[in-house]
Design a protein. Structure first.
Length: 131
C-alpha cells in the first residue's frame, strides 16, 4: 500500500519546507502543483525535491484555482498507483496529528474513502490580553 498526495500551493514559502518534510515521513509521492506563487514557494519545492525523492514538482503556472486541477494531477500520475493505494488531498498549512498510514490500518477492507473534520482554534481577545 502506497500513499500518493496531491498538494496545491500558492505563496506558501513560510511553511512549504516544513510541510514537505513532515509529509515525506509518510507519503510515498507528493505531487506539487504551484498555481502562480509570487514568493519563493516553487524554488523551495524544487530544493526539497532534490533532497526528498517523494516530492514531485508537477508544474508552476499562473491559473485560477479549481478542484479540477487536482483531477488533472490524479489523471497524470494515476498509472503509478495500484489497487490498495491511497490518494490524499494535502494542504501545505495543515498537519495530521496521526499519520494516515496509521489510521487506515483500522479500516475494514470495504472502507475505501475517508472524509476529514476540521478543527479551527482561535485566540480570543481575553486570552490574548491575559498573555
Amino acid at each position: 500500500m502506497k500513499f500518493h498526495a496531491i498538494l496545491m500551493v500558492r505563496d506558501e514559502a513560510d511553511v512549504i519546507a516544513e510541510s514537505l518534510g513532515y509529509n515525506a515521513e509518510w507519503c510515498d509521492h507528493i505531487y506539487v502543483y504551484d498555481t502562480g506563487s509570487t514568493d519563493d514557494t516553487w524554488e523551495i519545492v524544487q530544493e526539497c525535491a532534490s533532497r526528498m525523492p517523494q516530492v514531485v514538482p508537477v508544474k508552476k503556472e499562473r491559473v485560477w484555482f479549481h478542484d479540477g486541477l487536482r483531477a488533472m494531477i490524479f489523471h497524470q500520475f494515476r498509472h503509478r498507483s495500484k489497487d490498495g493505494d491511497w490518494w490524499v488531498r494535502l494542504d501545505a498549512d495543515e498537519f495530521y496529528h496521526v499519520f494516515p498510514t496509521e489510521f487506515v490500518k483500522a479500516l475494514r477492507p470495504d472502507e475505501t474513502s475517508i472524509y476529514h473534520a476540521y478543527y479551527n482554534f482561535k485566540l480570543t481577545r481575553e486570552e490574548a490580553d491575559s498573555l
